[in-house]
Ligand binder design. Structure first.
Ligand code: 6GU
Length: 283
């Protein structure tokens, strides 16, 4: 996979030489290049921004400078326009980046990540490249404000990089982790020593009884999700919950109810899908 990152702070991305992503680069699994946006300016001051039309605080990044950079990077030399690379624009006004986005991006051959400052890149840039047939994703990493897209680019490259074939040594470690397919947070984990500061590792984990260990871990994942991320429980497919799951959720204050409009047919329509709701909430 190839990733080009364009920024006015290339040094910010130095962390991508380290750890798993750095290793993937050196192994040739990831061709990652960081570019200085100012290399595409043409004035003596290497200007990348200007004041916003319509007034207001801060500066907006100029579309002409971004256009020169993205024309060079999105369309490989000798290729027609459109197709090819996906343009990713980190922005606090984007869709929230999730593991599902990471999985989709990991399936791309080429990403170009355009890091703007927080007031943003002139809106015509995304519009222009969409119109030219590029896939464009405007993505936020969460509901808080950063000064620029660089930290978000680090987050996205790490989340995507570890999904590339051969990057994570044991692909099994990708299966059960939080925000995986089960839609639950990960269960708590323990290692040696078995007793530390008078805190003991739960007995069942020392038992060697794999079915009981799996059940215990699923119970803890359900409880933890109910406590910390109730929004994830509401999004669960209740059809994936067995009687034991439902009992654990009931203890945590959640129950499975027929969806609105359910006629008891168990049909697959959206209206009749059973829902996981807080106890005492009708639907
Ligand atoms: Cl992608 N950019 C900025 N500037 N702030 C953010 C963000 C992105 N995601 C959350 N906050």
């Amino acid at each position: 996979m190839r990733i080009d990152i364009v920024t006015i702070f290339p040094d910010y991305l130095a962390a991508l030489d380290l750890s798993l992503v750095g290793k993937a680069r050196r192994a040739g699994l990831l061709d990652l290049r960081v570019h200085d946006l100012r290399d595409w300016t043409r004035d003596r001051h290497r200007t990348v921004d200007d004041t916003p039309f319509g007034g207001g605080a801060g500066m907006v990044m100029r579309p002409d400078v971004w256009g020169s950079a993205l024309d060079d990077l999105l369309v490989p030399a000798g290729t027609a326009s459109g197709g090819g690379a996906r343009l990713v624009i980190p922005t606090p006004s984007g869709e929230v980046f999730t593991q599902r986005h990471a999985e989709a991006l990991a399936g791309e051959g080429h990403l170009v990540i355009a890091c703007g400052r927080y007031e943003g890149i002139d809106a015509r840039v995304a519009e222009h490249y969409r119109g030219a047939g590029h896939r464009v994703s405007e993505l936020s990493i969460g509901d808080y404000v950063l000064n620029g897209g660089e930290v978000a680019a680090l987050v996205m490259v790490e989340a995507v990089g570890r999904l590339l074939p051969g990057v994570v040594g044991n692909p099994e470690s990708l299966v059960e982790e939080s925000h995986g397919a089960a839609g639950l947070l990960e269960y708590p984990v323990y290692t040696k020593p078995p007793s530390w500061q008078e805190h003991e590792v739960p007995e069942v984990l020392l038992s060697g009884h794999h079915a009981r260990i799996d059940r215990w871990r699923r119970d803890r994942a359900l409880e933890r999700t109910a406590q910390r991320r109730p929004d994830l429980l509401s999004a669960l497919d209740a059809g994936d919950l067995d009687a034991h799951d439902r009992a654990v959720l009931a203890d945590a204050g959640w129950e499975v109810v027929a969806g609105p409009g359910d006629g008891g047919s168990g049909g697959a329509s959206h209206e009749s899908r059973p829902a996981v709701v807080r106890r005492g909430v009708a639907e």
